[in-house]
Write a protein that binds this ligand. Structure first.
Ligand code: GLN
Length: 432
């Protein structure tokens, strides 16, 4: 095992001879398809699966001259906040190897933090770019929904997720976003807003006259050291000419519950394709049979492949998502979660009338010790309290290092209006 176990597969995929990323190495999360290079999603189900095509973002990295140096470790199918649900073992946090790097894009953030890659791509369904960026002390951006193509991203919960950049600095993360952003005919949810972007140029540190709204609800229950570091950063911004206002968002109290119902529901449907017939672990391998006829009827064969191929967290979510969507329960769970999603969007709209950007701690807690969270999934889910509202509202957000608490990295999150990537990049760059 390499020092931090940041990669599932080490590979070298060369890009064009020149371009904005020439000479740069990029770690790509292992749920993003790479032609000819194994793509596992951190799952035994896809061990050995080699995609026949590149994701759009991978094509764009190559065209920009980047060298992809491997596929980064991740929680299985993106389901987790620590990278410990990976079938390929946990990734260690380079800032403290007894701690988790955050997740689910923990390998991507650890690779950048450790200097094993200059840049990285992660995916963020409910915080999976921002959480590991915060825990590892690097920068991560979750773009506005539709800004970056999801073609070739293996879906977990497709109404919530975006691929996003991770880097050591705000300017580099924004520059990587410039490369991957923009409309794509192969993903009908993409928009033109990012087509001729220059987000990197917005990293000018100029917050003079900027209004920063702090939703009090996103500080409730956060760790003391994290809150102190957060306020120090806000004071720093005030000293640079920004103005701070308090805002209230009562709806965020429902965000974690709504997020998990929606994410698990979508996951139960998206992961139905893994039955071992087209790709992935098949029933013969899973059940150690000589041929398919021994594996029983199709139902038994699918069940054998899924029983062996998926880990416990993935199974838990498929079961809960299937339950939430089952006949008679739709209005009780999925319908209510969609109502909460609409309420959260409305709260953000109002708050972003009162302020140019919103700020909160990215994570309410410092990085967990390895093994600490796996026992109680609910504790783990609650750590997503500040990141999931952003995905439910389709908004952009960035996590930037704000200092340390007890010697561990603390990330500050800026949330912007739709397509407000320049504003959050500008605000974050003022903290560097
Ligand atoms: N921790 C969240 C979850 O497990 C977020 C994951 C993600 O953004 N992929 O769903």
């Amino acid at each position: 095992m390499a020092e931090f176990n940041a990669y599932i597969t080490k590979a070298r995929i060369d890009g064009a001879d020149d371009g904005p990323l020439a000479g740069k190495t990029v770690a790509v999360k292992d749920n993003i398809s790479t032609e000819g290079v194994e793509t596992t999603c951190g799952s035994k189900m896809l061990e050995g699966y080699v995609p026949p095509y590149d994701a759009t973002v991978v094509e764009r990295l190559k065209a920009a001259g980047a060298t992809i140096n491997g596929k980064a470790n991740m929680d299985e199918f993106g389901m987790g906040t620590t990278t410990e649900t990976s079938h390929f073992g946990a990734t260690l946090n380079p800032a403290d190897t007894d701690r988790v790097p955050g997740g689910s894009s923990g390998g991507s953030a650890a690779a950048v933090a450790a200097g094993e890659a200059d840049l990285a791509l992660g995916s963020d369904t409910g915080g999976s770019v921002r959480a590991p960026a915060a825990f590892c002390g690097v920068v991560g951006i979750k773009p506005t929904y539709g800004l970056v193509s999801r073609y070739g991203l293996v879906a977990y919960a497709n109404s919530l997720e975006q691929i996003g950049p991770i880097a050591q600095t705000v300017e580099e993360a924004a520059g990587l976003l410039d490369v991957i952003a923009g409309s794509d005919p192969r993903d009908a949810t993409t928009v033109e807003a990012g087509d001729d972007s220059n987000y990197a140029a917005a990293a000018d540190g100029d917050v003079e006259g900027m209004t920063i709204g702090v939703p009090e609800e996103l500080l409730d229950g956060a760790d003391e050291g994290v809150v102190e570091t957060f306020w120090d950063a806000i004071e720093d911004l005030e000293a640079q000419g920004a103005e701070y206002v308090e805002v209230s968002m009562p709806s965020v109290e429902k965000a974690v519950a709504a997020y998990y119902v929606i994410a698990m529901s979508e996951a139960s449907s998206n992961l139905a394709r893994f039955d071992g017939t087209r790709y992935g672990l098949n029933a013969v391998e899973a059940g150690d049979y000589d041929d398919l006829s021994e594996a029983g009827n199709w139902n038994e064969a699918f069940a054998t492949a899924r029983e062996e191929g998926f880990g416990p967290e993935v199974k838990r979510r498929i079961l809960l998502g299937t339950f939430a969507l089952s006949a008679g329960y739709h209005d009780r769970y999925y319908g209510k979660a969609q109502d909460a999603r609409a309420w959260i969007k409305q709260d953000f709209d109002e708050s972003l009338q009162a302020a140019d950007v919103l700020a909160s701690p990215t994570m309410p807690v410092p990085p967990f010790e390895l093994g600490e969270g796996l026992e109680d999934p609910r504790t783990m889910y609650l750590a997503d309290a500040n990141t999931v509202p952003v995905n439910l509202a389709d908004l952009p957000a960035i996590s930037v290092p704000a200092g340390e608490a007890d010697g561990l990295p603390v990330g500050l999150q800026f949330i912007g209006p739709k397509y407000g990537e320049e504003t959050i990049v500008r605000a974050a760059s003022a903290l560097e």
